[in-house]
Write a protein that binds this ligand. Structure first.
Ligand SMILES: Nc1nc2c(ncn2[C@@H]2O[C@H](COP(=O)(O)OP(=O)(O)OP(=O)(O)O)[C@@H](O)[C@H]2O)c(=O)[nH]1
Ligand SMILES: [Mg+2]
Length: 440
């Protein structure tokens, strides 16, 4: 395993008050001693003021903190140096560390080392990335919970249960029963079924966990001039989409990210659904249809006071949708269903609440505490485990072969191990850390 010293900027480049540079690996303290005047490796986890030098020239004066391994983020000897921000000081400090023997870190290399040194499992490492990428409070909460080990614990419990099943099976293999063996097959079957049930329940969290990570896709649809773009702007709080009294203003779909009461959503404004002969408008309608089929929820905009037409009723039946009565200010007293006005802002808060409650209903019901499977990698692994357990169950009763059953249960265990990174799988590591920033 590579543990040579690496260094990278842990904060974004550019103008800032401070910047943090991280240095980690075997020999990190020797590298630091060549750059930090009077460097002391024995002052663990205490910030010390010092001058940073490249050769004879002083670069900056800042704080350094020493984290001797294994009590560091990476599990290795690690130094965090904070210098002044901006274009020059951090770049020069980094160059000095590189000249002193540290190599530039690859994307995600610090966290990768943390995983390899057993400080985090892979699922927690992914949560580090999710926390950095979070834009809505609910996303940050979910990522933090995952980082603290919520999902990992669930997966480890599953793994333990599978090892328990294997123990029962090996008893059966070592002491094959004639009429009734030492472990009744029903007991093994029940144990397998119980774990399979837990896996299925975890898999059921995948769609909502996915909506959490990417934001629920809300598509504003309706006839031309229904007020979709105005509502889009009102919900985003900006004037992103063009609004005119001319029907067919929006041609292409426009997306915007925001959150409703802390829950992440992606809003898409689309071209009005019409039978126009205009070529551009027809292309826009095509795009709208694609968005409609991908939507987690369609917000069907119908002007207050107007009865839905057959086209609108059909759409409501086809897709998960919510009718939004627009231009409420033009029809005083109209409060049928969710009535909003993009002009006065009336009903916009209620709409946000109704949408969040609907799209994130299962997450809200779980009290936001249950871990979810937010990534394809998680889903694929658990589906594999589920299939392996189905194979195991198929070989069990009545005249089953416990060796084959055990083989399939083992397969399920391996799927969980790979998910947690408990086995050394370089390929998996590579895929997980490819999307990380360099200082992580
Ligand atoms: N009074 C009032 N007028 C509104 C409201 N919402 C939209 N309008 C007006 O209705 C017209 C159409 O609004 P848009 O938001 O462009 O409608 P759209 O559904 O995006 O239209 P297309 O892109 O052409 O399909 C504009 O003249 C808006 O000013 C509202 O809440 N109250
Ligand atoms: Mg529009």
């Amino acid at each position: 395993m590579l543990s040579d010293p690496i260094a990278a900027l842990a904060t974004p480049p550019g103008r800032s008050a401070l910047a943090v540079v991280r240095l980690s690996g075997r020999g990190a303290f020797d590298v630091a001693a060549r750059v930090v005047e009077g460097f002391r490796a024995d002052r663990a986890r205490t910030a010390t003021l010092a001058t940073f030098r490249e050769g004879a020239e002083a670069i900056d004066r800042g704080l350094y903190t020493v984290f001797p391994g294994p009590h560091s983020y990476t599990g290795e000897d690690l130094v965090e140096l904070s210098c002044h921000g901006g274009q020059l000081a951090p770049a020069r400090l980094l160059a000095a560390l590189h000249a002193a023997g540290a190599r530039p870190a690859a994307a995600g290399e610090f966290t990768r080392r943390a995983v390899l040194n057993g400080k985090l499992d892979l699922v927690q490492a992914e949560a580090v990335g999710d926390l950095i990428d979070a834009v809505a409070p609910a996303q940050a909460r979910a990522a933090l919970r995952q980082l603290e080990g919520g999902l990992s614990r669930r997966l480890s419990e599953l793994r333990e249960a599978l090892v328990g099943v294997q123990a029962l099976l090996s008893y059966e293999i070592d002491f094959p029963g004639e009429d009734d063996g030492p472990v009744p097959p029903e007991r093994i079957a029940a144990a397998i079924e119980e774990v399979a049930g837990r896996i299925a329940r975890l898999l059921a969290t995948a769609p909502s966990a996915d909506r959490m990570r990417h934001g629920a896709l809300l598509v504003l649809a309706g006839r031309p001039n229904a007020g979709k773009s105005s509502l889009f702007n009102a919900l985003l709080g900006t004037s992103r989409a063009l609004v005119t009294e001319i029907p067919g203003t929006t041609r292409d779909a426009i997306e915007g990210h925001t959150d409703f009461l802390g829950w992440p959503v992606r809003l898409a404004d689309t071209a009005g659904l019409s039978n126009s002969d205009d070529r551009l408008e027809r292309m826009g309608v095509e795009v709208s249809r694609r968005y409609l089929s991908a939507a987690d929820l369609v917000l069907l905009c119908i002007e207050a006071g107007r009865e839905p037409g057959p086209d609108e009723t059909a759409l409501l039946a086809e897709r998960p949708s919510l009718v939004v009565r627009t231009k409420r200010d033009l029809v005083p007293g109209s409060a049928d269903g969710l009535a909003v006005s993009a002009v006065t802002g009336e009903g916009i808060g209620d709409l946000r609440r109704a949408v969040a409650n609907r799209v994130f209903a299962d997450r809200i019901a779980l009290g936001d505490l249950e871990p979810g499977l937010g990534r394809d990698r998680h889903r694929t692994a658990l589906l594999r485990a589920e299939a392996a357990l189905a194979d195991a169950a198929a070989h069990l009763i009545p005249e089953g072969d416990p060796v084959l059953v055990s083989h399939h249960v083992r397969e399920a265990t391996i799927a969980l191990d790979e998910l947690l990174g408990a086995v050394d799988v370089e390929e998996v590591l590579g895929a997980v850390f490819a999307g990380f920033c360099v200082g992580k």
